[in-house]
Design a protein around this ligand. Structure first.
Ligand SMILES: *Cc1c(COP(=O)(O)O)cnc(C)c1O
Length: 472
């Protein structure tokens, strides 16, 4: 290990730099705004970056969801849309690709990831059952709860520590999982919910060894294991890079082995799969599939389109193939790391190691003067926008919502502001601009006073909540 950054390493050791494995064919002009315009826009948006108009945003790092640039092949795929109500040829193409790359037998398209989460939660959870998982995700947990389940966090402790350098911070703690199952008995456990990578922990991967051990534990108890495969390709890249025995294996081989440990998976294709909309649910069990077919026609659409246009299924099938390419993943994760290294060089507190899809600023260390109830991460997202028009999002107390029983805030250990990097959209120069803006906000950190929530929606409040600045 050296402390050199990827930027200086190339020069020092005479190595060559990496570059994106694509060139730009079409561009979308960006809007620059003045500070006055941003002050007005932020107030109108209730200090919630989700409520900004994208026209008022310069560099949009709100999310990597549905924000990828499609390839020329994917755009060409749109013209091959077969918009038949039933049995579209694009569905059969998608089905073939999901079966080949993720390895599950039955495939149902859904309009996006949460559509799939809704169906699997309804079909596989009995009211009162527990659903152990490696840290919650907002929509995942909500659908589990709406189906009557109780989420139990069984991720390793290191995941809650933004400074821990553990290489697989997404791993499940086998002791915690065993305890969660023993506490109520296996019959009261709906399934184990395994996400790879773990979004809320900072895009942190799960090791192959952990997936294998979790599988064995589930098998011993007769409990099913389902995978949130949203960023599985990024997870596979980390396994290839970090896990002994996997250096020489291809991303596709690693992904296939990993998926093989789960009984099925749901997918938000808006992430790994390089499309603007889409998702799927895939399982091996015939009976469960039949039940899911009953639900999909009620909530999404016929089982051969599930809420998607034929053309979008075609773009998704092509995007899945592209997402498993090593050169793509190397530059995708390389760009995220580039931004992370710049911030680390300047002493800005971020979650380490840098994960796959985003840089997570540690708002607790950024604003030690702010109590969590003053929404430090929300404050940081607002300040960053005011400084430069860069849009980020909160992943802290606002995102965590309330405990359905007590009605009090969930107060997560992690209070983070996420700079999420869309795939194939921005250049390294954009990353420089972002880093310099974060640095400017960090230099003024003592001036921050925090926010209070003045409007709170019932579900997934972070999307639509409104805030006001607190004064001294
Ligand atoms: C985005 C996401 C989802 C939900 O998918 P949508 O397509 O946004 O509905 C589920 N799990 C994870 C890990 C995600 O990042």
């Amino acid at each position: 290990m050296t402390t050199d950054t990827p930027r200086t390493m190339g020069q020092q050791f005479g190595r060559r730099s990496w570059a994106e494995p694509w060139k730009i064919k079409m561009v979308e002009p960006l809007n620059m705004t003045t500070r006055d315009q941003r002050v007005r826009a932020m107030a109108e948006a209730g200090y919630n970056t989700f409520l900004l108009r994208s026209e008022d945003v310069y560099i949009d790092l709100l999310t990597d969801s549905g924000t990828s640039a499609m390839s020329d092949r994917q755009w060409a795929g749109l013209l091959l849309g077969d918009e038949a109500y039933a049995g579209s040829r694009n569905f059969y193409h998608l089905e073939e690709v999901v079966r080949r790359i993720y390895g599950y037998r039955h495939v149902l398209p859904t309009h996006q990831g949460r559509g799939a989460e809704h169906l699997i939660s309804r079909a596989a959870i009995q009211p009162g059952q527990r659903v152990p998982g490696n840290m919650y995700f907002t929509t995942t947990r909500l659908h589990q709860e709406l189906a009557g389940g109780h989420f139990v966090d069984v991720i390793i402790d290191e995941a809650h520590d933004p400074a821990s350098q553990h290489l697989f911070k997404g791993n499940i703690d086998l002791g915690k999982l065993e305890q969660a199952i023993q506490a109520v008995g296996p019959a009261q456990v709906a399934y184990v919910s395994l996400a790879a990578t773990v979004n809320m922990a900072g895009g942190q991967p799960v090791s192959m060894a952990n997936a294998r051990e979790v599988r064995a534990l589930c098998h011993r108890h007769g409990v099913r294991l389902f995978l949130d495969a949203t960023r599985l390709m990024e997870n596979a890249f980390f396994i290839q890079e970090r896990e002994p025995g996997y250096e020489g294996r291809s991303i596709a081989e690693i992904a296939a082995e990993f998926c093989g440990y789960a009984d099925g998976a749901w997918m938000s294709a808006k992430k790994d799969s390089l499309v603007n909309i889409g998702g799927w649910l895939a399982v091996n069990d015939d009976e469960l599939y039949q039940e899911l077919c009953n639900l999909v026609v009620v909530y999404e659409g016929l089982h051969t389109y599930g809420g998607m246009a034929g053309r979008d299924m075609e773009a998704m099938a092509i995007g899945i193939e592209e997402s498993a390419r090593e050169d793509h993943l190397r530059s995708r994760i390389g760009q995220v790391r580039y931004l992370g290294e710049l911030l680390l060089d300047w002493g800005v507190p971020i979650v380490q190691p840098v994960g796959g899809h985003a840089i997570f600023l540690d708002a607790r260390r950024f604003y030690p003067q702010l109590p969590q109830d003053a929404f430090p991460a929300q404050t940081l997202a607002a300040e960053l926008y005011l400084d430069s028009g860069v849009r980020s999002m909160e992943r802290g107390i606002a995102s965590a919502g309330r405990d359905p029983k007590t009605g009090d805030h969930h107060r997560p250990a992690l209070e983070l502001t996420r700079l999420t990097i869309p795939r194939r959209v921005y250049t390294q120069a954009h990353m420089d601009v972002v880093a310099e803006s974060v640095k400017a906000v960090y230099d003024r950190r003592e001036e921050a006073r925090g926010l209070r929530m003045v409007f709170e929606p019932k579900y997934l409040r972070f999307f639509q909540a409104r805030f006001e600045p607190l004064c001294d």
